[in-house]
Design a protein around this ligand. Structure first.
Ligand code: F6P
Length: 327
C-alpha cells in the first residue's frame, strides 16, 4: 500500500454533538503527522458535488465546544447507486484524496464500506450518532449529550406533571435503538419505558399506571422511543386514554432538539480520542475499521461487523430495575 498523503474527513447522516471536536482532532492529528487534510462538505453529497476545502490547524479553532457539524451533513440517495459512487471516487482521486475518515452512523458506514470495497480506498469510521447503536463502541459520539438533553426535558416536564397531576407520554429519538429512551428513562425516574427492541402490551402499561394511581401517585411519566412498536407516543396515549381515567393525559415529542447543543465533556473527550485514533490507524495501514471505545480502551472493529452485529449493549435488565424503582 502506498503512503497516505491526503486525508479527506466528512460527517454524514444525523448530526451529533461532538462531531466538531472530532473534526478538529482528525485535522490536527493529520497535520501533526505530516498529512494534508481536506474537509468534505455535506458528506457523500459533497463528494459527488466536489465540495472540498483544505483544512489547516487554525481552520478548526473554536469549534470544540460547538454542536452540529461545521462540515455540514446530508443523507445522500445518489451515493447509494454505483454511478453516484463512481462520480464520488473520480472526484476524490482528482482532488488527490487517498484516504478517508467517515464520521457518522450505520448509514454512513454502509456507504464507506461500499466505497472502500469497490475502489480500494482506505477508510476508517468514527461512530457519530446520538443513537448509540453501533457494535464495537460502548458509546457513540453525541449519545451522552443527547441523553442529558432528554433528561433535562424530563425533569422540566415532571415539574408541570406533578403540579397538574398529569400523565405525560414523552417521545424521544431512536427509530431502531432504545438507548436514549432507556437511559434517560431510568435517570428521570420514568414510570414506564417503551423501546423499539421490546414489545410492550398496552394492557401491561395500563396495569402499571393503575397500580401507581391506586398507591397515591399523583402524576406519571412514560418514555417512548420513536420506533417503539405500538406506533409512537400519540398512538400509545390514545389507546391508554380510552381505558385509563386517573389523570389528565399529555404528549410531548422532543424531536430534533435532542440532536443539538454543546457537547458534554464526555462527548468532547471521546471525540478527541476517536479522531486522533482514526488518523493513527490510517497511517498505520488500517482500513475498513471503526475506531471505538470499549471498556475505556480505544479498539478497532471491522466496519462490517460494527454495522451488522446487533448483539450490542442495550441493557434490557435495566427495564426490570426501573419498573421496581418506580413503584
Ligand atoms: O440517527 C439519528 C437519528 O436522530 C434517529 O434517532 C432519528 O430517528 C433520525 O436520526 C431522524 O433523522 P432525520 O433528522 O433525518 O429526520
Amino acid at each position: 500500500m502506498s503512503e497516505i498523503k491526503k486525508i479527506g474527513v466528512f460527517t454524514s447522516g444525523g448530526d451529533a454533538p461532538g462531531m466538531n471536536a472530532c473534526i478538529r482532532a482528525v485535522v490536527r492529528t493529520g497535520i501533526f503527522l505530516g498529512k494534508e487534510v481536506v474537509g468534505i462538505y455535506q458528506g457523500y453529497q459533497g463528494m459527488i458535488d466536489k465540495k472540498f476545502i483544505n483544512m489547516d490547524a487554525r481552520s478548526v479553532r473554536n469549534i470544540i465546544q460547538l454542536g452540529g457539524t461545521v462540515l455540514k451533513t446530508a443523507r445522500c440517495a445518489e451515493f447509494r447507486t454505483p454511478e453516484g459512487r463512481a462520480t464520488a471516487y473520480k472526484n476524490l482521486k482528482e482532488e488527490g484524496i487517498d484516504a478517508l475518515v467517515a464520521i457518522g452512523g450505520d448509514g454512513t458506514f454502509t456507504g464507506a464500506e461500499l466505497l472502500s470495497r469497490e475502489y480500494d480506498i482506505p477508510i476508517i469510521g468514527i461512530p457519530g450518532t446520538i443513537d448509540n447503536d453501533l457494535y464495537g463502541s460502548d458509546f457513540t459520539l453525541g449519545y451522552d449529550t443527547a441523553t442529558n438533553t432528554v433528561l433535562e426535558a424530563i425533569d422540566k416536564i415532571r415539574d408541570t406533571a406533578a403540579s397538574h397531576d398529569r400523565l405525560f407520554f414523552i417521545e424521544v429519538m431512536g427509530r431502531d435503538s432504545g438507548c436514549i429512551a432507556l437511559h434517560a428513562g431510568v435517570a428521570g425516574g420514568a414510570e414506564a419505558i417503551l423501546l423499539p427492541e421490546k414489545e410492550t402490551a398496552i394492557d401491561d402499561l395500563i396495569l402499571k399506571l393503575e397500580e401507581g394511581a391506586l398507591s397515591n401517585k399523583s402524576s406519571s411519566i412514560v418514555i417512548i422511543a420513536e420506533g417503539e412498536k405500538n406506533g409512537g407516543a400519540y398512538n400509545v396515549a390514545k389507546r391508554v386514554k380510552e381505558r385509563f381515567n386517573f389523570y389528565d393525559i399529555k404528549v410531548t415529542i422532543l424531536g430534533h432538539l435532542q440532536r443539538g447543543g454543546t457537547p458534554s465533556s464526555f462527548d468532547r473527550v471521546l471525540a478527541c480520542r476517536l479522531g486522533y485514533a482514526s488518523v493513527k490507524a490510517l497511517v498505520a495501514g488500517e482500513s475498513r475499521k471503526m475506531v471505538g471505545l470499549r471498556g475505556n480502551l480505544i479498539q478497532l472493529t471491522d466496519i462490517v461487523e460494527s454495522i451488522n452485529n446487533h448483539s450490542y449493549k442495550l441493557e434490557e435488565d435495566l427495564l426490570e430495575m426501573s419498573a421496581i424503582l418506580s413503584i
